[in-house]
Design a protein around this ligand. Structure first.
Ligand code: UDP
Ligand code: MG
Length: 314
């Protein structure tokens, strides 16, 4: 008989300690009627609010609670990675630990996972997010979808459920700077999308500021496309072509119509400044890629563990 639990729920935890007990209770209440064959992976991503003590408490009397403590705050995606690498289940559920994703919908999502389908994504309904957050995440998904040509459902949330086959595909991607948002669409497989109600955050604030969301968008675009490069090349070609045409026009007018060359100091200065700006943007973009290449070459671990609970280390 297989030792695998049927369901692994992966919960990255950062500044969500106040909700952990309720989250745990609601998850257990939801999953127990399904046979109780599950594990909850709680990854403390350097949460400064005493989350680890609560996880310890929960894990003490229930071996289905697996705790992983990271050595510092690594970020949501490295924390998710830690959960994925330790998940044993046949089906993986990924969700936020801040009660914005209601655990009660899991059985419904599980029902969708049949036939050829390997992933069930959820699209957020309801007004759980502020208008600015909604707008920026919509823009983010639209940009990722358009530029990477990966069809991302509009308003897709973190809550999702997928097969072990998908998990193993994700773990096979070696990039250090891993972003599961775009990566899961990049991997593919047949997916179903369902709409679920998204709750307002019960307290605290989202750890994603506008700036952090913007950085995430830039990261996704740089990691999954050569679009910025191609844009630069097109821009360069266009600039060159226009200036050549203009030069030819000037010379022809000078030779045929004896028109004097324009006294173009201002024009010249402007052209230099504009092209300098363009060149600097280009260099900056190339620099961003070089930095990413550098980080990948270093091949640093995605996270460092500082402790585990109810996990058998090999
Ligand atoms: N999170 C994390 N590490 C971080 C930031 C966030 O593990 O550095 C987790 C957090 O615990 C939550 C999820 O990522 O489970 C989403 O975070 P948050 O609610 O702050 O973002 P939002 O829901 O606004 O996208
Ligand atoms: Mg949230």
């Amino acid at each position: 008989m297989s030792q695998r639990p049927r369901i692994s729920v992966v919960l990255p935890i950062y500044k969500t300690a106040p909700y952990l007990r309720e989250l745990h209770r609601r998850l257990v209440d939801t999953l127990s009627p399904l046979g109780g064959d599950f594990e909850l992976l709680m990854i403390d991503d350097g949460s400064p609010d005493g989350a680890w003590a609560i996880i310890g408490d929960l894990a003490k009397d229930d071996r289905r609670i697996k705790g992983i403590r990271l050595s510092r705050n690594f970020g949501q995606h490295p924390a998710i990675c830690a959960g994925f690498e330790h998940a044993q289940g046949e089906v993986i559920v990924l969700m936020d630990a801040d009660l914005q994703d209601p655990p009660e919908v899991i059985p419904m999502l599980l029902e969708q996972l049949r036939g050829e389908c390997d992933v069930v994504y959820t699209v957020k309904a309801g007004d759980g997010e502020s208008p600015l957050t909604r707008l920026t995440s919509r823009l983010y998904h639209a940009a990722v979808a358009r530029i990477t040509r990966i069809p991302v459902p509009r308003g897709v949330g973190t809550l999702r459920l997928f097969t072990r086959r998908m998990l193993e595909a994700l773990l096979a991607y070696p990039e250090r700077n891993v972003l599961y948002g775009p990566l899961m669409f990049f991997v593919g497989f047949e997916a179903t999308v369902v709409t679920v109600d998204h709750q307002p955050r019960p307290g605290g604030r989202s750890s994603y500021s506008f700036r952090r969301r913007l950085a995430l968008a830039v990261d996704s675009i740089l990691s999954y496309t050569d679009y910025p490069h191609r844009f630069l090349v097109k821009f360069g070609v266009l600039t060159l072509a226009l200036s050549l045409v203009y030069a030819v026009v000037l010379v022809v007018r000078y030779l045929l119509a004896s028109e004097p060359l324009p006294p173009g100091l201002t024009l010249l200065a402007l052209l230099i400044v504009v092209s300098l700006g363009a060149v600097m943007i280009g260099l900056g973009i190339v620099g961003m890629y070089v930095f990413r290449v550098y980080q990948e070459v270093l091949a640093r671990p995605r996270y460092v563990k500082a402790g585990t609970l109810n996990i058998q280390e090999p």
